[in-house]
Every structure is written in structure tokens, then in C-alpha cells.
Design a protein around this ligand. Structure first.
Ligand SMILES: [Ca+2]
Length: 222
């Protein structure tokens, strides 16, 4: 009888441990970033700011962490700002992060750029990509804030790429969201499963296994 109890107890322990480890949920992800590579001397991703979303006279600052690697060619890899007026004429644009100024094969760079919206402003394209050059760009933690620090745009890639916001601004480069795993099931959206849901599932599984184990032990003892 004693040997039987020990075997049952060991079996129970295995079942309980399994309940906590077997479900293949992705670990919570906080480190995703966009990495894209060009071998066609072109390729970019862009967001667009519209006048309706901004205030005339307000100064905004865009910031991002960016890394340039293995960039070769006569042009540059860049993160830019291209404003257009109501006649669709390009205004004072800037490559505010670029291999021309920042070099290549470096660590992550924290870069930022400020721009003020004038009364003729219609829209701005903010694009990260390659011009007449090949290489790899990694980018993360993009944020646009107004002069009071109110956040009007943020992108950290932890929920994937929102193609309603980001569009290909030129010939596509090879794109990878590093450290990002798309959820296996979707209920009409993208993004990692909520951590709270995972905890609830684990808890229910653990309780069921524990209850089954207690009943088994009581039966053996009884
Ligand atoms: Ca991130």
C-alpha cells in the first residue's frame, strides 16, 4: 500500500507541474523592434500626420531609438520629416537621423527632431528607409509629443505592425519584427494575448488538477 501511495503522489506532482508548464503561451513581450534590410537601394515605411490632428503654432517633437548596420551606397539610410503645404509643395524637410550624420555599425542611437506647424501645413510624411543605399535599419520606441509632453503618436511594435498606420513608402525592403510572435488565435485583432487571460487559464488548470489529485489520494487512503 505504501508504495502505491508514493507512486500516486509522484504522479500527482508530475500532473501539477505539467499544468503550469505545458500550455504553449508566449512569454510576455516587451522588446520587439522593427528591423528591415534593403538590397535594392530603396525601401521605406512611413506614417502620415494630418493637419486635422495637429495645432497651428504648436511645436512637436518626434523621437526614436534607431540603429544603422552595414550600410553601403552613395545615399543614406534615414528617418525623415517631409511636410507639405496646402498646395502640396514640400516645405523644410529634414533627415533627422541618418547614416550621413550618425555613421553606421553603431549601437542604438536615441534621436529626436522638433517641428512647428504653420498655418499652411496640410500633412507630413515621416519615413524611415533607404535612399540609394543598402543595409539594415532597426527602429523602436517612436514617439511624437507636443510642447506640453502630450503623446500624439507612439509605436513600440509590441503588438505588431498596424498597417492602417504604417505604409510602404517605396519599393519594399525585407521586414522583420524582431522578438515579436503573432498570437496563434485572433478575435478580430492582432496583438499578444492579455497576460491576465493567461494567468486565469493557468489558475483554473491548476485548481482542476489539484482537486483531481485530492480526490485520488482520498480514494486510495479510504
Ligand atoms: Ca519595442
Amino acid at each position: 500500500m505504501k508504495a502505491k501511495r508514493i507512486i500516486l503522489a509522484a504522479l500527482m506532482a508530475v500532473i501539477i507541474v505539467s499544468a503550469f508548464t505545458l500550455p504553449a503561451f508566449a512569454a510576455e513581450n516587451t522588446t520587439a523592434y522593427l528591423k528591415f534590410t534593403s538590397d535594392a537601394k530603396a525601401g521605406a515605411y512611413a506614417i502620415e500626420l494630418k493637419a486635422a490632428d495637429l495645432t497651428v503654432g504648436e511645436t512637436y517633437t518626434i523621437s526614436a531609438d534607431i540603429k544603422f548596420e552595414g550600410v553601403t551606397g552613395t545615399g543614406s539610410a534615414y528617418f525623415n520629416y517631409y511636410p507639405y503645404d496646402t498646395s502640396d509643395t514640400l516645405g523644410a524637410w529634414a533627415d533627422w537621423a541618418t547614416t550621413v550624420n550618425d555613421g553606421t555599425d553603431t549601437d542604438w542611437l536615441a534621436k529626436s527632431y522638433s517641428f512647428t506647424i504653420d498655418e499652411n501645413f496640410a500633412r507630413a510624411s515621416i519615413q524611415v528607409g533607404f535612399y540609394e543605399t543598402n543595409g539594415t535599419i532597426s527602429v523602436d520606441n517612436i514617439k511624437i509629443v507636443d510642447s506640453k509632453g502630450n503623446v500624439i503618436f507612439t509605436e513600440d511594435w509590441e503588438d505588431g505592425m498596424d498597417t492602417d498606420v504604417w505604409y510602404e513608402g517605396a519599393a519594399p525592403a525585407s521586414v522583420e519584427l524582431v522578438n515579436y510572435t503573432a498570437p496563434e488565435t485572433s478575435e478580430g485583432g492582432t496583438g499578444n494575448p492579455e497576460t491576465g487571460d493567461e494567468v486565469a487559464v493557468y489558475a483554473v488548470l491548476a485548481l482542476v488538477v489539484l482537486a483531481a489529485g485530492i480526490v485520488t489520494v482520498k480514494k486510495v487512503r479510504g
